[in-house]
Design a protein around this ligand. Structure first.
Ligand code: APR
Length: 295
């Protein structure tokens, strides 16, 4: 693969449809640990317990404590230069200058495997350059394919709730990475549909059922796959950022693009599983590489 930045910029400028696929490496510079790196989550924690429906069934209290502190960590983290470089695609002026060939109404699709919400927040930060309507449009082109730490789903009524600023349950207050798992929280004190004040209303979305984090676990179908599959039909450039390319289906996107004659660029800290499909390969921290590549 080539590491010629100018050749990449030319390919980028000539593309008609671009998909960006991101993984945990995108948020590493924001202080959010990756899954499989040296300090990766799955190095010390069991993914079987914390990232499967079976694990949640076995120990909902332990799993909730884990996602509670992860959620707090995501909330206090800030988007980094790589999130901002990707978000700036959405600025129409930047877009038309960079990619004259791109159809005006076709913003790149941004697929993130991260549940930290940082890519959406990077878009919100563009409020000095974009109108609220433009930000809304750009947000619609972000697919959080592995769900969000800020959403819950009720196991009973299946209602999905956005929980950006509401406390999920008083029983989780004060849980940190250090003491997570120490409490044995009774199931009725775990986050419930309708929140801690639920008094028995049976309106849709407030049924009192047990909530689980709306993140996608192993064995579950990622979100937005239909829309992504459709987009990959037309995509002529896939930019893969900060993922080990070990977890499917996202890990298979590059092969799909290659089989349809498109190009693949990989931006990653180190060599990864996806490299064999790469036309362009930029090894280094994406928070430094991406802003230069997308300049
Ligand atoms: N810049 C670019 N790449 C980086 C950086 C950085 N600053 N820091 C780390 N990386 C790279 C690592 O080299 C690694 O290849 O990011 C990749 C992160 O890989 P993983 O930890 O495996 O994360 P990811 O690929 O997103 O995992 C996929 O696995 O457990 C599931 O659902 C979870 O979404 C996650 C999925």
């Amino acid at each position: 693969p080539s590491s010629d930045a100018q050749a990449f910029r030319d390919a980028f400028a000539n593309s008609k449809r671009v998909v960006i696929l991101a993984g945990a490496g995108l948020s590493a510079a924001s202080g959010i640990p990756t899954f499989r790196g040296p300090n990766g989550l799955w190095k010390t924690k069991s993914s079987k317990l914390f990232a499967t429906p079976e694990g949640f069934k076995e120990d909902p209290s332990g799993v909730w404590q884990f996602y509670h502190y992860k959620r707090e960590g995501c909330l206090s983290a800030q988007p980094n230069a790589a999130h901002r470089a990707i978000a700036s695609f959405a600025v129409p002026a930047v877009r038309s200058r960079l990619m004259p060939s791109l159809q005006e109404d076709k913003l790149p699709l941004f697929v993130t495997q991260n549940f930290d919400g940082l890519s959406l927040r990077a878009l919100d930060e563009l409020s000095d350059q974009l109108t609220p309507a433009e930000i809304k449009l750009a947000r619609e082109r972000v697919i959080e394919t592995h769900g969000s730490a800020f959403k819950t789903i009720c196991l009973q009524c299946k209602h999905i709730n956005h929980t950006f600023d509401s406390p999920l349950s008083p029983a989780l207050a004060g849980i940190t990475e250090q003491n997570a798992g120490e409490r044995d929280i009774p199931i009725d004190q775990l986050p419930r549909c309708g929140g801690p004040d639920w008094k028995g209303s049976n309106r849709w979305g407030r049924c009192g059922g047990l909530l689980r984090p709306a993140v996608v676990w192993f064995g579950e179908v990622p979100e937005g796959m239909g829309e992504i599959a459709k987009e990959l039909n037309w995509t002529d450039l896939l930019i893969v950022v900060g993922t080990s390319s070990l977890v499917h289906p996202a890990a298979g996107f590059a092969k799909t693009i290659k089989s349809r004659g498109g190009k693949v660029a990989i931006v990653n800290l180190e060599r990864s599983e996806g490299d064999s499909d790469a036309d362009f390969l930029f090894i280094g921290p994406c928070e430094e590489t991406l802003p230069l590549l997308l300049k």
